[in-house]
Write a protein that binds this ligand. Structure first.
Ligand code: HMG
Ligand code: MG
Length: 297
């Protein structure tokens, strides 16, 4: 029997990953109500929004308003792909940045119109500068297991890309199963490997629940010693440039799992459900997570 962490941090990505792919326009006030209700539930780290091209991701066009109006609670992060996004985010008052690149070249061409090498080279001075000014930098590593265009990714490739962000000075690696192809054996193996390679870095697992293996992947990652997970209240989410991928593993379902294992998060499951209610009326699909559905019976 493996010993599991006693405390886990949930990084809420619902307001960013969760909403970015929603076709219906969601009022900024409802996004803020979702964010504030998640803070009320005890969330201390959250991706609030992203500073990306509104032509590519129209739903995130109100990023400045979100950063300006969200209550300042814990570590609030914004996602951005490039120097322009970082500069606009800093002007809007954001302090903590998430940058993102996939291991797969083809995915990067579709998602950010750059090859992996072009994206990494362009981000190098940007991340270095952010670190000189003491900003927190999270590096999101997409297609760490599998790419919807190129197939399976070798662990060495993922580790090599992670190393490049560590060399830039990133504080956190959020390692993502973008299209929900990971399984418990692969999750245990990759995160065990990453823990050995990067023992002094915050290491976070980001699972999409396309094949409903998200919770089993989380359990396997806990066994590998991971104590940080990106989750999305309502199980919303998915990258528009990862065809077929569905939402992130749901905050409320992960909380149920962690509560049964007596692992402390400081987050209240019932209050997370109340947060989901703030955006549910605007969504183009029903909320199908186990704990949300049970709460409505
Ligand atoms: P591009 O068309 O190559 O950009 O797009 P460009 O550099 O040629 O510039 C074209 C125009 O975009 C210019 O404006 C720039 O100023 C503007 P114009 O002169 O035509 O008026 N522009 C920007 N505008 C706002 N914010 C910016 C920005 N940068 C340039 N940051 C670009 C390249 C990266 C901008 C585009 O491809 C893009 O925005 N992609 C974002 C895609 C995205 O958000 N995907 C989802 C997030 S990643 C994800 O979900 C995965 C993750 O969850 C982990 C996982 O699950 O794998 C993190
Ligand atoms: Mg994602």
């Amino acid at each position: 029997m493996f010993s599991l962490p006693k405390n886990v941090t949930l990084i809420e990505v619902g307001p960013r990953d969760g909403l970015q792919n929603e076709k219906n326009s969601i009022p900024t006030d409802s996004k803020l109500a979702y964010i504030h209700a998640l803070q009320e539930a005890g969330i201390q780290e959250m991706e609030l929004t992203s500073f990306v091209s509104p032509k590519w991701i129209p739903q995130m066009a109100d990023a400045k308003e979100i950063v300006g109006q969200a209550k300042k609670v814990g570590r609030q992060i914004v996602l951005t792909p490039n120097e322009k996004g970082v500069s606009t985010a800093l002007h809007a008052g954001a302090q903590n940045m998430a940058v993102f690149v996939g291991v797969s070249n083809t995915f990067n061409k579709k998602n950010i119109n750059r090859t992996t090498e072009e994206a990494v080279n362009a981000l190098f001075p940007v991340v270095r500068q952010l670190k000189e000014k003491k900003h927190f930098v999270r590096a999101c590593i997409s297609t760490a297991f599998h790419c919807p265009y190129e197939g399976w990714i070798k662990p060495e490739q993922t580790i090599a890309l992670c190393q490049q962000f560590i060399d830039m000075g990133a504080d956190e690696l959020s390692v993502a199963d973008t299209d929900g192809m990971a399984n418990p054996a692969a999750s245990f193996s990759l995160f065990n490997n990453l823990k050995e390679h990067f023992p002094h870095t915050l290491l976070t697992a980001h699972f999409h629940d396309t094949r409903k293996l998200g919770l089993t992947n989380i359990y396997a990652s806990l066994q590998a010693g991971v104590d940080r997970f990106d989750t999305s209240a309502g199980g919303l989410g998915g990258c528009p440039f990862a065809p077929g991928a569905t939402g992130n593993v749901a905050t409320e379902d992960v909380l149920y799992l962690l509560n049964t294992l007596d692992i402390h998060t400081g987050v209240d499951l019932q209050k997370v459900i109340l947060a989901v209610d703030e955006v549910a009326p605007y969504l183009s699909r029903p909320i199908t997570t186990a704990m949300y559905q049970l709460s409505k019976q």
